[in-house]
Design a binder for this molecule. Structure first.
Ligand SMILES: [Zn+2]
Length: 494
């Protein structure tokens, strides 16, 4: 059980004692990072060496003493010259000495250029499958290319080009986007891309949410986003021409103030949904038949009291199973810390009367889709994903950071970061437009917390300590409480 701090501490102490006695039996020095045969870089590039020894040992890298942390981790930085760079790591462990020698060879980089032949896709039409989404361009990083938004299935679009795993598709005459090949299917020759006149709308309160329903002749691609000032949801329907001569708006709406539209070009119809409240609790767009249905959630009743009591909160422990996440220099796995902290966060939230939905409560391996599905099907009011960061200079503190993708989740992310910074850890930043799968949903406010860096020796020493982990989770809760108070005050001011 990870629920009792004293028990956890006790278990950790036993582990530490066991680990220390095993290590003492056999003096050991382990190089974790930096034993690289060849580096392709410009001369003068910084190269990091990290490793661990039984704590209490002394370590010298190329004759210079380096700091050994409580975890046993140590590190040094070297500037590489062209050719061979000899490295000697010497550790004094108890009475004995262990020396490791290796060499890093620096090659100047050589540029490569690959051209690919263009293909002709004229006349080919594809239609979207379940879970389809659009990307802005062909950019790819470890999180995938920058996403525009998710799209319903069964939307036909003209195929323009192909790039790696993506198709370039036409949304309307002056707008194209990219879509993963796996998320579309090719239509038989002669199929035409979708085009439609818009028909009547209705705007209704369905209990828990307000719903805008726009009737179309067929399913068209759309781009949807929220703007803050004025507060509104914007939906561009591509391949549509206005013929909406009837908009029924009921007067019992709770989230939506009013709606209107603008035909911004001959085939782009822009819908504006003006919102009543300053803080939004989520929206989504999907097709029912050929009607585009936009659901806008009401502010939950707990918000009126300004507390977390009564909210359903999703808590995600990052990684798990065969995916350990980052591994610290002394061998601590991120997935284990994330899980321990998720339980700490759960306890703190439940003490305040919230109910918690975990994506994983053990070492299960879950895809990003599965995690998002768990939160979506539980209809959570908000969600927090817990991770530890990695990368950069191991000899400097990395710090803490919070992340959001959609602008309407910025305030939540900001107040949580402010609370975390009260622990006097380095500020790694409030990161917006973050292209992380668990930040993609618009149907509930969500943030990612990157507690501290596994790769920084100083951060590692702090985050390895269950007492500090619990302090961080208490700060996350304090941030969520700050948010609820802001929501309550905004409702009173109206
Ligand atoms: Zn992670």
């Amino acid at each position: 059980m990870k629920t009792h701090t004293p028990k956890l501490l006790f278990v950790t102490l036993i582990c530490l004692i066991l680990a220390t006695s095993v290590l003492n039996a056999q003096p050991s020095l382990k190089i974790v990072r930096g034993r690289t045969d060849t580096v392709k870089a410009i001369p003068g590039t910084v190269h990091y060496i990290t490793g661990y020894v039984p704590s209490g040992s002394s370590v010298f890298v190329n004759g210079t003493p380096v700091k050994v942390f409580k975890t046993g981790s140590f590190g040094a930085e070297l500037r590489l010259s062209e050719g061979e760079n000899p490295v000697e790591v010497k550790a004094e462990i108890g009475g004995s000495q262990v020396v490791e020698k290796f060499s890093v060879y620096l090659h100047k980089p050589v540029s490569t250029d690959t051209g690919s032949p263009a293909l002709d896709y004229s006349g080919v039409v594809v239609s979207t499958r379940e879970r389809a989404y659009l990307n802005y361009g062909v950019g790819e990083d470890r999180l995938g290319g920058a996403k525009i938004n998710f799209l319903s299935s069964g939307i036909r679009m003209a195929l323009l080009d192909s790039a790696n795993s993506l198709y370039k598709v036409r949304l309307s005459d002056h707008r194209y986007a990219f879509i993963p090949k796996a998320l579309v299917q090719r239509e038989p020759a002669g199929t035409r891309p979708a085009y439609s006149l818009t028909s009547s709308w209705s705007v209704t309160n369905t209990g828990g949410a307000d719903v805008v329903r726009i009737a179309l002749g067929e399913r068209l691609p759309y781009i949807i986003y929220q703007e803050m000032d004025p507060r509104r949801i914007v939906i561009e329907i591509h391949g549509a021409a206005n013929n909406s001569n009837w908009i029924t708006q009921y007067l019992d709406l709770k989230a939506i103030d009013y709606v209107d539209f603008n035909q911004v070009s001959h085939d782009v119809f822009r819908v504006h949904i003006y919102l009543k409240d300053r803080f939004s609790w989520g929206y989504k767009a999907e097709y029912t038949g050929n009607s585009l249905v936009i659901t806008v959630k009401h502010t939950p009743p707990s918000a009126i009291k300004g507390t977390l009591a009564g909210l359903r909160i999703g808590v995600d422990a990052g990684h798990g199973g065969s995916n350990p996440g980052a591994i610290s220099t002394s061998g601590i796995r991120e997935k284990d810390l994330n899980l321990a902290m998720a339980f700490m966060l759960k306890n703190e939230l439940e003490r305040r009367g919230a109910s918690v939905v975990l994506t994983r409560s053990d070492d299960a391996e879950l895809s990003m889709y599965e995690r998002v599905d768990i939160f979506a099907s539980a209809n959570v009011d908000m969600a927090v994903s817990i991770h530890c960061n990695a990368g950069g200079n191991p000899l400097r503190p990395g710090g803490t950071s919070t992340y959001y993708k959609h602008i309407e989740h910025r305030e939540l992310s900001r107040v949580v970061l402010n609370r975390l910074l009260e622990l006097n850890v380095k500020n790694f930043g409030l990161i917006g437009n973050f292209n992380f799968s668990l930040n993609s949903p618009t149907f509930y406010p969500n943030i990612l917390v990157e507690t501290l860096f596994m790769s920084s020796l100083e951060d590692e020493e702090q985050i390895a300590d269950p007492i500090f982990q619990n302090m961080m989770m208490k700060k996350v809760v304090a941030g969520l409480e700050d948010y609820m108070k802001m929501v309550r005050n905004s409702l009173r001011r109206k």
